[in-house]
Design a protein around this ligand. Structure first.
Ligand code: NDP
Length: 322
């Protein structure tokens, strides 16, 4: 049972590698620099890693870079992609779109050469689903039939959404043309305890609340990292899995995240005042996400209170909180 995980040092991928090793798989894990101990130490320390984890060097934009990593695999999990907030991006094409789109095609081209391969699981994002231009509101249920419109993403300068939308579309086209059995996993914003020794992008909204003077007026749909990793594995192991799977637990306003944090940690310094004078009507529209499809794979979701607690406990343990 040999599988490949691309971008293995990342937040989601590290959990995926850990659970795959627990499930008895041999994991070929790609990283950009296998000698960078900060990126690999936590992987090498996992149970089963000595015997069944192989680190390989691969870069999304280097043609053929993933050939040896996917060789002999029954499953490939393609998680590697730039994952930052769009506001920090200077050159959207070079920083986000090209690595996401060309990188995904590069991985799939390597996959197309592997006769043993049963399925490729591509990590997409809710950002590749919700930006259709259709209005979002409390009562609107977003599901896998939605696909973000690149024009809408570009107009609103949502470069991350653009990169994930174009990458997932390209992946479906390539897989259909080349007879690859592909599934996409579509996580909401991911919380949970980091295995890697750094704060990744999706934990920032929680980390930045601690010690802050004001909080943002926003709603975010969250899901726990362990559930996202499990969904990837279920998508490989369930022979009838197909198509797209949204993986989301719950939409929370920043106020609700703060309430959970206050109840759990009365000693934490947390903001009382919203940065938006207009009140608490979120700057982002609220919406629901259908999780019927992913539930049919057998997933049960971690409560967000547990996820947030485990996040903060682990960040404290790793001394990543100020
Ligand atoms: P991380 O930033 O923790 O991980 C991203 C990984 O991609 C890193 O291992 C990174 O390598 C790798 N990567 C980026 N650019 C390249 C490149 N040019 N060549 C090779 N590898 C590269 O993010 P997450 O774990 O949070 O995200 C993983 C996947 O999940 C991404 O596809 C992301 O879009 C998706 N996702 C994440 C969500 C979230 O809330 N976290 C929500 C929805 C989807 P390196 O460490 O060397 O930089």
């Amino acid at each position: 049972k040999v599988v490949c995980v691309t971008g293995a040092s990342g937040f989601i991928a590290s959990w995926l590698v850990k659970l795959l090793l627990q499930h008895g798989y041999t994991v070929k894990a790609t990283v950009r620099d296998p000698d960078d101990r900060k990126k690999t130490e936590h992987l090498v320390a996992l149970d089963g890693a000595n015997e069944r984890l192989h680190l390989l060097k691969a870069e999304l934009l280097d043609d053929g870079s993933f050939d040896s990593a996917v060789e002999g695999c029954i499953g490939v999990f393609h998680t590697a992609s730039p994952c930052y907030f769009s506001s920090t991006v200077k050159d959207p094409q070079a920083e986000m779109v090209e690595p996401a789109v060309k990188g995904t095609l590069n991985v799939l081209r390597s996959c197309a050469k592997v006769p043993s391969l049963k399925r490729v699981i591509v990590t997409s994002s809710l950002a590749a689903v919700v930006m259709t231009g259709k209005p979002l509101a409390d009562h609107v249920v977003v599901d896998e039939t939605w696909f973000s419109d690149p024009v809408v993403c570009e107009k609103s300068k949502q470069w991350y959404a653009l990169s994930k939308t174009l990458a997932e579309k390209a992946a479906w086209e390539f897989s259909e043309e080349n007879g690859i059995d592909m599934v996409s996993i579509i996580p909401a914003m991911v919380s949970g305890p980091p295995l890697q020794p750094t704060v990744n992008t999706s934990l920032l909204p929680i980390v930045k609340l601690i010690g802050a003077e004001t909080f943002s007026n926003a709603t975010v749909t969250w899901v726990d990292v362990r559930d996202v990793a499990t969904a990837h594995i279920l998508a490989l192991e369930n022979p009838s899995a197909c198509g797209r799977y949204c993986v989301a637990r719950k939409l929370l306003h920043t106020c609700e995240v703060l309430k959970i944090l206050r109840d759990l940690y009365p000693d934490l310094s947390l903001p009382e005042r919203c940065s938006d004078e207009k009140g608490l009507v979120s700057a982002y529209p609220a919406f629901q996400v259908s999780v019927e499809r992913v539930k049919s794979l057998g997933i049960s979701f971690t409560p967000l209170e547990v996820s947030i607690k485990d996040t903060v406990d682990e960040l404290r343990e790793k001394k990543l909180l100020s």
